[in-house]
Design a binder for this molecule. Structure first.
Ligand code: SF4
Length: 369
């Protein structure tokens, strides 16, 4: 019998996924691919199976198809500069906003305080930069709602109300043994996901929460709570799940604990070049072997950052995969191409970021009392 691979999902710790198929079966997550041909304009994450799973996305899809109201909600924990995981989530939120969704972007400063011990003052400064990134990527702040958990009374009120629907035993079962602040942060997150359905925002509606798979425990808790509080007529929020990017150093996940495993959109060019140049690859030990046997893009973080973020044309991704497999593309050459693509993207992004910085400052300052 084939041995199942180990997977750990922990929104407050280290998530390791070895087998996405196993994950779908183990946690009852629906595969995303069967929905693909029903989506008129799938984004590149959907087309490339980077978004691999969902819970209840059919509801949102139906609303999009019928031109009915729906919302998209996600956000950022403001603990530093925008990294590639934040980039993916922001692009997903913007995609759904452009499909007609009422968009909510949460600055999760309560979670940053509880999980990372970051003061609300310090996270405020990070949030300004993060919101400038979001705006630079195309989020329409006039149509959307950007808010902070610590100053949004509706989210905190919902957390208080929802807390009646969950026991400590359930929280322990979902999150493991944690300090009370993290359980509180998870209820605040439930408030984030349900706020778009309050009457202040035009009442109950399908809501999609696009996140990394490590956030699924929050979705399970919130979907369960949404069904319990019938007076509100909440629809259980839907989710889409993207895969977790491998670390550049070959670790299972990009992580702030390993600086060589990731880069941010605001690091200097030399640091980014060095990290990509030194990255682990799926290449062979010698050029001769690689020419003969081809590389292994399936385990290669360089291939992954191209597939997930930096190569916009699907056919270019296919060509790269094949060139790697048949040994015509070598790792040195591919790393040099990737450095160029990443730096080109970042140069333009930083230009847009500077253009939006004052607007971001005004938005985030307005969230302070
Ligand atoms: S050629 Fe590119 S995709 Fe293939 S193993 Fe080397 S770096 Fe990775």
């Amino acid at each position: 019998m084939a041995q199942k691979k180990q997977s750990v999902i922990d929104p407050f710790g280290s998530t390791v996924i070895e087998d996405y198929q196993y994950l779908l079966e183990e946690f009852g997550i629906q595969p995303f691919q069967p929905l693909l041909n029903k989506i008129t304009k799938p984004n590149m994450f959907m087309r490339r199976n980077v978004i691999f799973g969902h819970r209840g996305f059919e509801l949102v899809l139906e609303a999009i198809q019928k031109g009915q109201k729906f919302a998209v909600m996600s956000g950022i924990k403001p603990t530093g500069e925008f990294h590639l995981g934040n980039l993916m989530t922001a692009r997903e939120v913007i995609y759904f906003q452009q499909q007609g969704g009422q968009a909510f972007y949460c600055i999760a400063d309560v979670e940053a305080y509880q999980d990372n011990r970051l003061s609300l003052q310090d996270s405020h400064q990070f949030a300004i930069g993060n919101v400038a990134d979001l705006l630079a990527l195309g989020f329409d702040a006039k149509q959307g709602i950007i808010y902070k958990q610590s100053t949004e009374p509706r989210v905190k009120d919902l957390a208080i109300i929802l807390s009646r629907g969950v026991t400590l035993a359930t929280l322990r079962a979902i999150y493991g043994e944690r300090h009370l602040g993290l359980y509180l942060a998870s209820l605040i997150q439930a408030g984030d996901m349900l706020m778009p359905q309050l009457n202040d925002f035009d009442g109950p509606k399908p809501t999609v929460v696009p996140v990394g798979i490590d956030q699924d425990p929050h979705l399970r808790l919130t979907r369960d709570l949404a069904r319990k509080f019938r007076d509100y007529n909440f629809l259980a929020p839907s989710s889409t799940y993207h895969k977790i990017m491998k670390g550049l150093d070959g670790s299972p996940k990009m992580s702030k604990r390993s600086p060589m495993s990731y880069f941010t959109l605001h690091e200097d060019n030399e640091a980014i070049k060095r990290k990509i140049s030194n990255a682990f690859t799926g290449g062979r030990d010698t050029v001769k072997e690689q020419r003969q046997l081809g590389g292994v893009p399936e385990i290669c973080p360089i291939y992954e950052i191209c597939l997930y973020q930096f190569v916009t044309d699907d056919q270019d991704v296919v060509n790269t995969y094949q060139a790697c497999k048949n040994g015509t593309l070598l790792c040195g050459e591919h790393k040099a191409q990737t450095i160029q693509q990443v730096l080109d993207f970042i140069r333009e992004h930083k230009r847009q970021w500077r253009n939006h910085f004052d607007e971001a400052t005004a938005i985030v300052d307005a969230t302070s009392p």
